[in-house]
Write a protein that binds this ligand. Structure first.
Ligand SMILES: [Zn+2]
Ligand SMILES: [Zn+2]
Length: 592
């Protein structure tokens, strides 16, 4: 039999073969939901001479992947207690990690490849430690028979809040995360490209919302999730908003086939169901609710009825973000906060499958998260509500980094929060290394090396780096010390000596400190360039200044220190320290 691969599926297969010919390092392929990754699996299995194991974290996904595979008139085995099958007699076995890990004694054949589906979930179950270990146990066991076992992960979203990027390096030549589970991303097909090429339905992101929630005041836990109780408390501030939103959803759902409603909490979901009942008095069986606690049979039944379009509205709380496949969905209503572009894309992805009589998918974000499915994932949580992804080129390797930042009305970057460039450079012998250019840094007082702004020990000389908080704390205690929370600077050429540059630092109340750099001395020039020239334009356009005139031409892009510390001398205050790129517990100027 023969199946026809789309060009990107073919490319993904070729990338896999090429990668594993060169190395045994684990790899990730990023393919959006609906891209037909089962065909990629089928083709890899066809080309492989040995056995392949395809792992998933839940039995539903095992079953779904297996069924898809068999639909190409291929036969594969299932190894899942939940599906009551433990068949290892085929070249391809679809298994659930929970069933395979405790039965490793049955896996003594030579497997050439392990494919992990939804691989961003590794280490994210409730018994996080356990599942991570289970994947590891399986890999370790299979490696005993095949020391060159290959591990391939498949995912639509290679990034998770709280965990970060799941791979270390990307084939486009940049790094993402130095402690990732997977080594390399070897192929990526972005969602936006799938839509452009017509493989997915186009989303209609309309701002038709009559009312919005504002979740921006909530703080995420370290995992990136919001605390349910806080969300519930916040929602009580919007007594009528939910009602108005549900009324609008019912109205807009008129010409739609299937509506998915994403609620913020269980209580919120119940409230939505109550309003649906109120607005659909003659259709009491057209809506359903799925919670994390809904028993499996009931959940399966609800999903079946939704797929048969008996239910038109399906309300859920965070359970149908991945693995759920109902192509006819053409309206997605988000009534919950989404903290990352990836999560937003996961949710919206539920509505982008192609289906008969479906022209687009209506998407309304009632939480106003401001995400767009075409925006890139930045890789860290949004630092404040007005941040947007900005493109920052590295002045050394030219790599275009995506960082959070702020832009003015014309889209020009005012500020960015990037720390270190993610570009990859190749050494003399072709070895890969991450570009070490830093946009923000803390200079080591011992050797002068640039370190991360949160570093405690210098990466070059291993000596302790002075803690800026300690410095500030000490200075604030001393009577003969003065600390300025710098909110502005003034630059002047000395009236008497044209080589002298005077800098005045102001705090929010107008208090000031000043110092001079005399450009006829090399030492002063060096100090000036290391402090100010190096950081010009948020370190995107570093420059070595030679004259005072050159400096006075670019004062608008000179970066001010966050704090200036001075010590009282007989007749004046002498500046002892300037703290740039501050990262710590004290408030900076113009911050709340
Ligand atoms: Zn770089
Ligand atoms: Zn050092």
């Amino acid at each position: 039999m023969k199946f026809q691969l789309r060009s990107y599926q073919q490319q993904a297969v070729q990338a896999t073969i090429k990668h594993f010919r060169q190395t045994d390092e684990s790899a990730v392929i990023v393919l959006p939901t609906g891209s037909g990754k089962s065909l990629v699996i089928a083709e890899l299995a066809r080309l492989a001479r040995h056995k392949i194991l395809v792992l998933a974290h839940v039995k539903e996904l095992v079953e779904q992947n297996h069924a898809k595979y068999q639909s190409y008139e291929l036969t594969a085995g299932i190894f899942s207690a939940g599906l009551k099958q433990k068949n290892l007699n085929h070249q391809v076995t679809f298994g659930s990690v929970q069933s395979v890990a405790p039965n490793l004694e049955q896996f003594n054949d030579f497997f050439s490849l392990v494919i992990i589906d939804e691989c961003h979930r590794i280490g994210l179950s409730n018994n996080e430690q356990d599942q991570q270990n289970q994947y590891q146990q399986i890999i370790t066991h299979l490696t005993k028979t095949n020391p060159k076992l290959k591990v391939l992960g498949l995912t639509a979203t290679p990034y998770r809040m709280g965990l970060g990027w799941i791979y270390q390096d990307h084939y486009h030549g940049f790094s993402r995360n130095e402690q990732a589970v997977f080594k390399q991303c070897i192929y990526e097909m972005p969602l936006s490209l799938m839509i452009k090429q017509g493989y997915l339905t186009k989303p209609s992101l309309v701002d038709a919302a009559i009312a919005h929630y504002d979740f921006s005041s909530l703080c995420a836990q370290p995992s990136g999730e919001l605390a349910e109780r806080e969300v519930n408390t916040l929602l009580t501030k919007y007594p009528r908003v939910t009602q108005a939103i549900v009324e609008q959803i019912v109205q807009l759902a008129g010409g739609r086939q299937g509506v998915m409603i994403f609620a913020a909490t269980t209580k919120h979901a119940q409230e939505i169901i109550d309003y649906l009942a109120q607005y659909l008095p003659d259709k009491p069986h057209s809506f359903g609710l799925i919670l994390g606690t809904t028993p499996h049979e009931q959940r399966d039944d609800l999903i079946k009825r939704f797929k048969r379009k008996e239910l038109k509205f399906l309300v859920n709380v965070a359970v149908l973000t991945t693995g759920f496949d109902a192509p006819h969905v053409d309206f997605i209503a988000l009534l919950r906060p989404t903290q990352s572009v990836s999560l937003f894309q996961q949710i919206v992805g539920r509505g982008l499958r192609l289906a008969p009589d479906k022209n687009d998918c209506l998407i309304i974000d009632y939480a106003n998260s401001g995400f767009n499915i075409f925006s890139p994932e930045v890789g860290s949580s949004k630092p404040n509500s007005d941040s947007v992804p900005v493109l920052v080129n590295c002045p050394i390797c030219q790599f275009g980094n995506t960082f959070w930042g702020k832009v003015d009305d014309d889209g020009a970057i005012i500020e960015h929060y990037g720390r270190r460039c993610w570009g990859i450079e190749y050494g003399e012998h072709g070895e890969k290394q991450r570009c070490d250019y830093r946009f923000r840094f803390k200079e080591c007082g011992h050797c002068g090396a640039e370190n991360d702004i949160a570093a405690r020990v210098c990466t070059q000389c291993d000596q302790a780096i002075i803690d800026p908080d300690q410095l500030l704390k000490n200075a604030l205690k001393l009577k003969d010390s003065m600390v300025i929370r710098c909110s502005g600077m003034e630059w002047r050429q000395d009236t008497k000596s044209t080589t002298k540059l005077k800098v005045i630092y102001y705090d929010e109340d107008g208090a000031s400190l000043s110092e001079s750099f005399d450009f006829q001395y090399n030492g002063a020039i060096r100090a000036f360039n290391q402090q100010f020239g190096r950081r010009l334009g948020q370190a995107t356009t570093p420059m070595s200044f030679e004259t005072v005139e050159q400096v006075l031409n670019v004062t608008n892009v000179l970066i001010a220190p966050d704090f200036v510390i001075a010590k009282k001398q007989k007749h004046y205050w002498q500046i002892k320290e300037k703290i740039f790129d501050y990262h710590g517990q004290y408030r900076k100027a113009n911050e709340l």
